[in-house]
Structure formats: C-alpha cells, structure tokens
Design a protein around this ligand. Structure first.
Ligand code: G3I
Length: 371
C-alpha cells in the first residue's frame, strides 16, 4: 500500500500518469472517504455559466454558497429578507442531490451596520441584539429546514492570539453569543449539522483558544457537530504537521473536523503573516504578481505536491473528516485574485481558468486511488 502510494505520487509529480478518463471525478474517487465540495457564486447555481454548472455537477457532491447566504445578502435591511439568490442556490443543490451547506449565520463581516444599532443609530442592548439574532436564524435556517444539511453557525469568532475577537456580537451580547447562536440554529432545525468555522486554527495560539472554546461549548451541552478548518493555505504554510495536529486536537474533543474553504495561494506573500482576515488589504506591484502569463511548470508541480500532501493528511484522518470543500471552482473565480491585493492572477484551485483539471487535480485523485 505504502509503495503504491509513493510510486503513484512520484508518477503524478513527474507528469507520468496516464491521462485521466473523462469519467474521473473528485466525488467518485473520494466516495468511500469524505464528501468533496465547492463554494459557488451565482453563475454556477443559476446555471448562467452552463459549462461551469456541468463541471460542478460532475465533480462535487457538496456545495457552499460563497456569498448568497450571508446576512447582508439575505437580510440587507430591517424591513425584511431577500431570499432570491439563496433560494436558487439551495434549489440547485437539492435538485442535484448534493449535501448543501449554509454559510454563515453569525459573523462580524458582511453583516450590515443596522443589525447592531437602534433606529437612532445608537448601539443596541444585549436583549435586543439576541432577539435579532434569534429572529434571523429562525427565519433563515427554518426556511431551508431539511434541505440545507449543515450550517456554519458562528464564523471567525477568534483572534490570532486565541482570545475572542472584539466583534459587535461579543461587545454587545457577551461571550455567550456563541452558545446562543448554536441553540437558536438547533431550535430552527434540530436535524441540521452545526459548525464552528475559522481560519488559521493551525497556528498554535489560535488552535489552543479554539480547542478551549469548543471544549467549553461541548461541556455546556451546546450542539456543535464539527469544527471547520477553512484551509486558506499557501505553498509553504502551514506545515503538514500543523494541519495533522490541528485535526487531531479538535477530533479528540468529540467533534468531526471539516475542511471548509480549501485553496492554496501560490503568489508571493504581501502581508506580514498568512491570514484570511477579510479586513487585511495590501498593495500589489509587479513583483507580487509574477504569473500573469501562466503558472510555470515548477510552480504547477509544487502546487500538485502540496495538494497531494494535504489530501494525504485528510485521508489519514478520514474518521474525523467528513467533508473537504474547495473555496471556488476554477482559478478564474477565486477570491484570491483580489485578496489581500486586488487584481492579481492566482492559481489556488484544482481547475484552471478554462475549467480544465490541473496537475493538482490528478495529484488529489492519485491520493484517493493509492488507498
Ligand atoms: O456584491 C457586490 C457587487 O454589487 C459589486 O458590484 C462588487 C464590486 O466589487 O462587489 C460585490 O461584493 C463583493 C462580494 O464578494 C460579492 O461578490 C465584495 O466586493 C467582495 O469583497 C466579496 O468578497 C467575498 C468575501 O468573502 C467578503 O468577505 C468573497 O467573494 C468570498 O469568497 C469571501 O469568503 C470568505 C468566507 O465567507 C469566510 N472565510 C474567508 C473567505 C474568504 O475571504
């Protein structure tokens, strides 16, 4: 088994594998291990990009909404909800028998300011904000009860040092806003899986804070099904050992561990540290955008090897991992073309700008086949 894996990985890295058949799919190759998902923009779930939608249906058995279910999208004003795009998203997933994810209910970002203010623009009190959170969660989760199978209930509540982020949720409600969000989601759909989702949990301080947070929630009986490691990675960060240790640490608490927003940034780092904090912004010069004419073979191979190593560790933990979701479908639509600097040409996913499988795709398939 071990030899087979080494031989296959070497062949893939050297580009020596036989061309994969048209029927080769991520969801097929990983069927016995875990679900493989993709985050979708509207062009996929409305099928305005017909070829893109076909690719999604062929390759993935789970979907996440890149933006369509965020608070600002479904509940832009106090006057009411706007469910059009979210309805098409859920409909697309249900029609195609996919495991449909809801993302996300409580987050500091992409939540309109009105949520935290009264009619005079003054900060809301705890009870009033809890009531708004309750009404929002009951309306959104309730609308899709039985069709959305799992929800990112609380997103990115931790800072890099492992303490709770000073968000308006924390400032106004207090620490128990997290437990309350899970209770409300459970009330709205008792059968849905409920997740705590965050980035950079692979870094030691944040992981420690995350483990403590989940341990406390579980001890209080809060219904947390899984922790989502977003998985916004780079070629060199985090180490495979850190990913391995992070999955182990959360699984030991008695929850599943999903990889929820996987991509691999191949461009030079333009911020001090690796981060998926959406408030980080940087300027880009020519030096930080070196592959506008295409990804050179050496980097293409590094990306394939990186994906192979990541999926090796996910497969190792297949008792803990129930889903690996990529944050996007093709390199063309990735948020990493505009983060943390705008207008760069990045190559973080498994399908190229035309929707063709990349060597990284072959490497990921190779890992499943070597089992
Ligand atoms: O909707 C407006 C549109 O009206 C306007 O014309 C256009 C012009 O820029 O902007 C559109 O909004 C953009 C929005 O995506 C919808 O496309 C925002 O500028 C853009 O900043 C926003 O980015 C999203 C980002 O979250 C915002 O926080 C990305 O698409 C989305 O991939 C990203 O996803 C997050 C996860 O939710 C949580 N984890 C990190 C991950 C990556 O940042």
């Amino acid at each position: 088994m071990f030899c087979k894996r080494i031989v296959l990985a070497t062949m893939v890295a050297a580009g020596l594998t036989a061309p994969l058949g048209a029927q080769t799919t991520l969801k097929g190759a990983y069927h016995d291990f875990f679900r493989i998902g993709a985050a979708l923009g509207p062009e996929y779930f409305t099928e305005s990009d017909a070829a893109g939608a076909t690719l999604v249906k062929a390759q993935f058995d789970s979907i996440s909404p890149e933006n369509a279910l965020k608070w600002e999208s479904v509940h832009p004003s106090p006057q009411g909800f706007h469910f059009g795009p979210a309805d098409s998203y859920v409909e697309f997933g249900v029609k195609n028998h996919m495991f449909v994810i809801g993302h996300c209910l409580v987050w500091h970002s992409q939540t309109p300011r009105w949520v935290f203010e009264d009619e005079q623009g003054k900060p809301l009190g705890r009870e009033e904000l809890l009531r708004r959170m309750h009404d929002h969660i009951l309306a959104v989760v309730g609308r899709y009860r039985g069709r959305v199978s799992g929800w990112d209930v609380v997103n990115e509540a931790l800072d890099e040092d492992g303490t709770l982020r000073q968000s308006p949720w924390l400032r106004i409600i207090g620490e128990d806003y997290i437990a309350k969000a899970f209770e409300y989601a459970h009330e709205a759909d008792p059968k849905a899986e409920l997740y705590y989702n965050d980035y950079s949990l692979e870094n030691e301080a944040k992981r420690k804070g995350g483990v403590e947070l989940i341990r406390k929630l579980l001890a209080q009986g809060v219904p947390v099904t899984a922790v989502g490691l977003q998985g916004h990675y780079a070629l060199e960060w985090p180490s495979i050992e850190a990913v391995d240790a992070t999955i182990t640490a959360f699984h030991a608490l008695g929850v599943k561990v999903n990889i929820t927003e996987l991509d691999v940034d191949v461009l030079p780092r333009v911020t001090r540290t690796h981060t998926a904090d959406v408030s980080s912004r940087a300027e880009s010069g020519a030096d930080s955008n070196p592959y506008t004419a295409g990804l050179p073979a050496a980097q293409q191979q590094s990306l394939a090897e990186r994906y192979a190593a990541l999926f090796r560790v996910f497969l190792k933990h297949r008792d803990a991992v129930t889903r690996v979701t990529l944050w996007g479908v093709t390199d063309r639509g990735s948020w990493l073309n505009n983060f943390p600097a705008r207008g760069r040409t990045n190559y973080p996913l498994l399908f190229d700008r035309e929707g063709k499988p990349k060597p990284a795709f072959d490497a990921v398939i190779g890992e499943a086949r070597s089992r």
